[in-house]
Design a protein around this ligand. Sequence first.
Ligand code: GLN
Length: 278
Amino acid sequence: MDIDRLLGRAAERLSKAGSTSPRLDAEVLLGHVLGVDRTWLYTWGDRAAPVYERARFEALVAARAEGHPVAYLIGEREFWGLALSTSPHTLIPRPDTETLVEMALKLAPAAEGRLLDLGTGTGAIALAFASERPGWQVTGIDRIEDAVSLAIANAERLNITNVRFLVSDWFSALAESFDVIVANPPYIAESDPHLMLGDVRFEPLSALVAGEGGLADLRRLIDSAPRYLRPGGWLALEHGHDQSEQVRERLKAAGYREVASHYDLSGQQRVTLGRMAG
Ligand code: GLN
C-alpha cells in the first residue's frame, strides 16, 4: 500500500474514533515513524510504505484511536518553534500559552533581568522566554521531580543555557526576587465536563485541576508573589476563559497596580497581569 492510501485509511479510522484533526494526527504519527516531515509525506505519497514501519504506525494509530494524545505517542510537541520532549508527567504545551510568553516578553524590554516560571512542566514557557532573552536569568520550578528532569533535558537538547530548573512547591525552595513571575497553574474546576474530553483525559490532574472552582492556586500565587517580586516587578498568570474578572479583582485586592487582561489566539481572555509598586 502506498503512503497516501495508508494515511487516508488511518485518517478515516481516527475520524470515526472522534479525533478532531484525523489527517494531521495520521501525518504526524507516520512522519514520526519514518523519521520524515510532513512535506516529505506529500512529496513521496505514491511510494510504498515499508512493512516494518507500517506495523509500528498501525500500533500508534490504534493507541490514538483510543484517545492517547499525539504528543505523548511521539514524545514531542512544538511550542514557540521549539521541539519539546513531552511525557505523561506534565501538561502538553498549548498554543494558547504562547500568549503568556508574548506578554512576558513585553514586560521584559530590558537586556537583563530575572524571570520565574512557576509549575514549568516541560519547561515550555521558561525555555521560550530564555531563547528570546539570552541576557536574562530564567528559573523554572515544578513540584513534580519527573517534570523538572524533563525540563532540564529539554534545555540541554535545545542548548538553552540561561535557564535553571528546580524542584519547588510553588515558592517553597526560593529565596530571591524576580522582575517577572509567570505561571500557567492548574485552573480547571473539578466538576468541569471538559476533563472528560480529548487529550486532557490523559494528562496529570495535578497540572489541570484546582480547588475553589479552579481558582485556589491562582489565588495562592497572587497572594504569595509580592514577597518574590522586585519593586515594579510583574506577575502574569494564565487562567480559564471565564476567570479573568475574579483574577483581576484578587490582584487589585492584593495591592497590584496596572491590572489588565489579554486575549489568546482563540479570542478568550487568557492572561492577566499585575505590577508591584515601583
Ligand atoms: N488550558 C488548558 C485546558 O483547558 C488547561 C491548562 C491549565 O489548567 N493550566 O485544557
